[in-house]
Design a protein around this ligand. Structure first.
Ligand SMILES: O=C(O)COP(=O)(O)O
Ligand SMILES: [Mg+2]
Length: 226
């Protein structure tokens, strides 16, 4: 029997889209900052620093203290950050409400699911494992597993291919301008989740669809592909 999403690949961003990772990223960044005798940053400011990987986040954290680190200093901070984060990656991080149900329903209706993230591969695998989400995905593609990460559309296209899908039957779900640019570059429709970490509004981002809650995802996609 044919199912509505047969042949379709739904690609999800990770941080701020599937999982609210901000609390654990905040603790790891503040671990690095306080070790360097700098004041911790608050939760609302870390949300402006997530989206382009850990190195960019640490750079922005230091910039908020007026510090422009050398590449060497940044390497050392990054090592400290990654050590701490890997040990505490799912202490407070949790999937957004309705994620597991939406993923199950999409799979039941024939969709192939994948993750395309600017988080490093090992951390992405670890996080999804610890949250019990790995089994949903045919492919999980971190930033260091591709030659050029998001906003390069190639990162998404490689994710679709790794999942066994085709770009003509794929959509991207993400929480950031980076995801929007990557989806456009790849020629995919873009579904924006406004509950992630983007500072720009939906009006500015101009996604194809705004998804306010995961409980709407299945019907939104059914309308889109029909
Ligand atoms: O870790 C980051 O900065 C970004 O990760 P994301 O691509 O899953 O949002
Ligand atoms: Mg994100």
């Amino acid at each position: 029997m044919t199912k509505p999403f047969d042949g379709w690949t739904i690609v999800f961003d990770l941080d701020g889209t599937l999982v609210n990772t901000a609390p654990d990223l905040l603790e790891a960044l503040n671990h690095v900052l306080t070790n360097a005798d700098l004041a911790p940053v608050p939760l609302d400011s870390i949300e402006t620093m997530i989206g382009q990987g850990a190195r960019a986040m640490i750079t922005k954290g230091l910039q908020s203290h007026g510090i422009a680190p050398s590449e060497e200093d940044l390497d050392a901070f990054l090592t400290q950050f990654l050590d701490y984060y890997a040990g505490n990656i799912a202490d407070h991080s949790h999937p957004f409400e309705g994620v597991a149900e939406a993923l199950n329903t999409l799979a039941d209706r024939g969709a192939t699911l994948a993750v395309c993230t600017n988080k490093k591969q090992d951390l992405s695998d670890q996080l999804l494992n610890e949250l019990g989400l790995t089994e949903h995905f045919a492919a999980i593609v971190g930033s260091d597993s591709v030659p050029s990460r998001k906003p390069d559309g190639d990162h998404i296209l490689r994710t679709v291919t790794a999942a066994g899908g085709v770009s003509g039957k794929a959509v991207m779900v993400g929480d950031s301008r980076t995801d929007e640019r990557a989806a456009r570059d790849a020629g995919l429709p873009f579904i924006f989740v406004p509950f992630g970490y983007e500072q720009e509004t939906p009006e500015q981002l101009r996604p194809d669809i705004v998804l306010e809650h995961y409980s709407d995802l299945v019907s939104v996609l059914e309308n889109w592909i029909s």
